[in-house]
Every structure is written in C-alpha cells, then in structure tokens.
Design a protein around this ligand. Sequence first.
Ligand code: ZN
Length: 110
Amino acid sequence: MTILGSNPRARVNVNAPEAFAICDRCGFLRNLSDLAAQQQYRGDALMPTGYLVCHDTCLDVPHQFNRPIFLPPDPQPVPNPRPNFWAQETAGTSAPPQTLPGVQTAEDSD
Ligand SMILES: [Zn+2]
C-alpha cells in the first residue's frame, strides 16, 4: 500500500511537487493547494474557522441565517401623547383615570 492509498485524491507530479494535506472534514489525503479555509459568519463578517477542507466537496457555503439581525432604532417619541385608556374601556367605564397608577395623591394619604 502506498501513501496515497487505494483511492488517491492527491496528485503527484515529479516535475512540480506539491505538499500533501489531510482534509479536516473528510480525512482524505489531498494536495494542500486543493484545500480551502472554511469560513462562517462571526457577527456580520465572514471569519475563518481554522478548518482546511476540500474546496470541491467539503467546503460549506456560509448560511445567511447565521448573520445577526440588526433591528432599526425605535421611533422618536411623540411629544405630549394622548394614549387611549383601553383598560378602563374594557372594564366598562369610559372615564379616564383621575390619577396615574403608582402615584399617590393627598386623598390617598388621609
Ligand atoms: Zn474533504
């Protein structure tokens, strides 16, 4: 048995020798020039994972779902808002509350 095994995927050229390397994913012996650095999204940029894999069979395409979602900023608040008192409307009273929740008045302290 030779170093290339029974299913050689590495090429040998005595006139232009190349280095051999083992794919980090499939484990086959390949020429180092046939391996590519695997990349994945880290944040919004592609970063190498440190794996050298076969560029024709083992190289994964980085998926877009691994990118972070950037939400737009909140809208500017409206000055002097007039919210709808939906809690009182659902309770059957249409009058707005006389005090804000959590705020004590002089009548409450008596
Ligand atoms: Zn491979």
